[in-house]
Design a protein around this ligand. Structure first.
Ligand code: CP
Length: 314
């Protein structure tokens, strides 16, 4: 059974096909709905809040002729302690696929282990692969290089500012290793990437090309993309004051762009907090492409679901 839990779960050919299909879905959106998920029901089990991921998946499944079924802890027995194993086995008898947003990565892995249907990672504390695929589609689109991440992203320098131990930073490390990008992580030493992502890349046989620094100006030099995410991820609310104090020097400012490439772009997976992780000036500048990133969640996720649906038995 093919699942999409991590960016590298697809083969090279499958990744190329997913990106090509996503661009096609975007070009041909006025022809929706398609029949790609006709008659299918995809469960959406969300342990955490979401705007973009939830709506883009729900709309995407509908645009492909399928039916999305929203589930959460308050309206299922999981919230009352039913095991992941039993839940995965039962849901597999009803659904054609399961999209999960949860806390620990081990939770989604356990679902996938017991499920007889494709499982999609809609964010865990470790990785956010759907966001990364959408972001990479957006980079390819904006730089006009190619529709293929293997050729179009090769050598691009992306600097991630702020909490460099978070799931988005991990996912960029993995994406950089997959597609030959140069990834710089810039933030407080206390929030350096954990060993877990390095070990993950090593186990997957991916040589990760990333650097950690506390020097925002140095990191920005000749960058193609300056990227950030919220400083207080879901589940870290009790650390809010400490995080904000430590991360304030890493707010993405216009000054950073003076050192980046002339055509450098600003990216953010959203939700954004102007005046915290990014200045209002950068957020509202023409360099900022966050709404394109958000829109591309829809197109790339449709392509991911199509790929999984067509490869159920591999
Ligand atoms: N970027 C992202 O995953 O947004 P949501 O939390 O709103 O889904």
């Amino acid at each position: 059974m093919k699942h999409f839990l991590e960016e590298n779960n697809f083969t090279k050919e499958e990744i190329e096909s997913v990106f090509q299909q996503a661009f096609k879905f975007k070009r041909e959106r006025d022809q929706r709905p398609s029949n790609d998920l006709l008659g299918q029901t995809w469960g959406m089990l969300f342990y955490k809040n979401s705007t973009r991921t939830r709506v883009s998946f729900e709309v995407g499944v509908r645009e492909m002729g399928g039916h999305p079924l929203m589930l959460d802890l308050s309206n299922t027995q999981i919230g009352r302690g039913e095991s992941i194993e039993d839940t995965a086995k039962v849901l597999s008898r009803f659904l054609d696929g399961l999209i999960i947003r949860t806390h620990g990565h081990e939770i989604i892995k356990e679902f996938a282990h017991h499920a007889k249907i494709p499982v999609v990672n809609a964010l865990t504390d470790f990785l956010h692969p759907c966001q990364i695929y959408a972001d990479c589609m957006t980079i390819l689109e904006k730089t006009g290089s190619s529709e293929n991440p293997f050729s179009g992203l090769q050598g691009k320098k992306l600097v991630f500012f702020g909490d460099t131990s978070c799931n988005m930073a991990n996912s960029w490390i993995l994406a950089g290793a997959l597609w030959g990008m140069e990834i710089w992580l810039c933030g407080p030493k206390e929030f350096k990437p954990h060993e877990e992502i390095k070990n993950f890349c090593d186990t997957a046989g991916l040589s990760s090309n990333w650097n950690f620094t506390t020097d925002c100006i140095g990191a920005s030099k000749d960058a193609d993309i300056l990227y950030t995410d919220v400083w207080v991820s879901m589940g870290c609310e009790s650390e809010e004051n400490d995080r904000k104090a430590k991360m304030s020097p890493y707010q993405v400012k216009a000054q950073f762009f003076e050192h980046a490439k002339d055509d450098a772009l600003f990216m953010h997976c959203m939700p954004a907090h102007p005046g915290e992780e990014v200045s209002d000036e950068v957020l509202k500048s023409p360099k900022s492409i966050l709404f394109d990133q958000a829109e591309n969640r829809l197109h790339i996720q449709k392509a991911i679901l199509k790929e999984l649906s067509e490869n159920k038995n591999t």
